[in-house]
Write a protein that binds this ligand. Structure first.
Ligand code: SF4
Length: 311
């Protein structure tokens, strides 16, 4: 299992070295907008999916080979919900010894009420939770959580964590047309966000192929209103840098990235050109499309490639 991927360009973080801690599509939500498709391993149990040493060794190998000037941050993220992994504190401690770069956790925020998890992530520099819903019904419709998760418990966990956490908390709101982008929903989100102690609020939109048909990007005027009401920055308006990979062949390079991050055909072409020089893109895309674990799809007028589990 490859746990380290990228470096991936992140609009918010710059060049992000991704560290994946969990098996593909392991999550306690199945968000309608998820760019990895529907959740195939729905669980709420935190466990050591892999020995910490296995993950840490791969981070060490990357840093030894590429040096830590090749990335701006180390981001614990991945193919599902990374806080389902334990022990995150051992990972954080070991990564700290390998690089001084900021350590970031991207999470759906569902388990921040859990005291053990809070202790484990107290050493991260930045925690980036998501808050898309404003009540149980919107939570059920957008995030489709595992049955026992209640909106109020999740939300209060986020509020409480935000007030106790010593690092920075950057909140992300995914806006989906017709679900949480009307003025009433935005006002309710504003009220919810007002109790969270957050350094930054970002608005995101489903810019890559979503899990469900019918998920759409809100209108430009709606996004403007949302930015004003929520005091937020739009992620889509931020510049993006280039992908970097350590894999030795073109196919593995693309597979290791799209497992966590679907890529448009244009992005793949540009990555392969910069990494391997000019070559026959047509043959490459034919080969990629013929794999059983890769899905080619059209979304917002572009061709995307994303990974899918064949288990
Ligand atoms: S978007 Fe994140 S939280 Fe939602 S289903 Fe996908 S991996 Fe899970």
């Amino acid at each position: 299992m490859t746990h380290v991927y990228g470096v991936v360009p992140s609009r918010r973080l710059g060049r992000s070295l991704g560290v994946s801690t969990i098996p593909f599509k392991t999550c306690n939500y199945s968000c309608i907008y998820c760019q990895l498709g529907r959740t195939t391993n729905m669980t709420n149990t935190r466990t050591s999916f892999y020995p910490p040493g296995e993950i840490i060794n791969q981070v060490r190998d990357f840093v030894n080979e590429k040096g830590d000037e090749s990335f701006d941050v180390v981001t614990v993220v991945g193919e599902g919900e990374p806080t389902l992994y334990r022990p995150l504190d051992q990972l954080a401690e070991a990564i700290r010894k390998l690089t001084f770069k900021p350590l970031v956790l991207i999470t759906n925020g569902s388990l921040l009420f859990d005291e053990d998890l809070r202790d484990e992530i107290s050493g991260f520099d930045i925690v980036m939770p998501t808050l898309d819903a404003y009540d149980q019904e919107s939570f059920r419709c957008i995030n489709r959580p595992l049955g026992k998760l209640e909106y109020e418990e999740v939300y209060e966990g986020l509020v409480d964590f935000s007030r106790k956490f010593d690092g920075e908390l950057w909140l992300e709101v995914m806006l989906v047309k017709g679900y949480n982008d009307d003025e009433e929903s935005l006002m309710l989100l504003k009220e919810r966000i007002s109790r969270v102690k957050t350094e930054r609020v970002y608005i995101n939109v489903p810019a890559r192929p979503p899990a469900e048909d019918g998920v759409k990007i809100p209108d430009i005027a709606t996004l403007k209103l949302a930015r004003e009401l929520l005091g937020a920055t739009s992620i889509e308006n931020m510049p993006v840098s280039n992908f970097l990979s350590r894999e030795s062949d073109a196919e593995s390079t693309v597979i290791e990235i799209i497992k966590r991050h679907p890529m448009s055909q244009e992005d793949i072409e540009s990555l392969l050109r910069s990494r391997f020089g000019p070559g026959s893109a047509e043959v490459f895309f034919e080969k990629l499309s013929s794999r059983g674990d890769v899905e080619r799809c059209e979304y917002v007028g572009k061709i995307f490639y994303r990974y899918r589990s064949i288990l």
